[in-house]
Design a binder for this molecule. Sequence first.
Ligand SMILES: [Zn+2]
Length: 185
Amino acid sequence: MGISVPERSKVRVVNPQGHQVVDLWAFVKSSSTEYLSMAHNRTAHYTTRFQAGDVLVSNRFMPVLRFVKDTTDGFHDSFHAACSAQSYAFFGDSQQSPNCEDNLRIMLEDAGIDFLITPPPWNLFEKSFVNKDGSLCDGATSARAGDFVELIAECELFMAFSACRSTIGNIQNGEPGGAEVWLEE
Ligand SMILES: [Zn+2]
């Protein structure tokens, strides 16, 4: 799902049944090269896991999204790339479900937005953490039915959401149950 989000609008991403990781992207409407960047947010906030109260920034360190509410236990992955035909091939997985990168490409095409890369998304409800030795670990999502996050746009955005179907790492903790997105202008 892709939506235009006016500045100051509130976006709520709901996990209706739990068991769903949602890839989120935000593109700045006024620029064809500015977007929500996980690397810049890890740098800006000195954390790998952003919390309600944080103002998330773009690849130019400009405010993009204010993270205002989170009913989960706080796990939203900032490390993983979107699943794609290439990622499934890389991991030797024969999964044929629509992948998040293709979903994003279709959403951008439908919106008439020319964007040439797939920024690593913010993976809502995905439980990842870093071990002491630096290795990265995935756990099954701990999101419960009805959990949600709320964000306020700090500028005019195009936002894209993909309910991930990946089975690699059992991140969904069961059959993915889909997602809902609410926009309050
Ligand atoms: Zn995916």
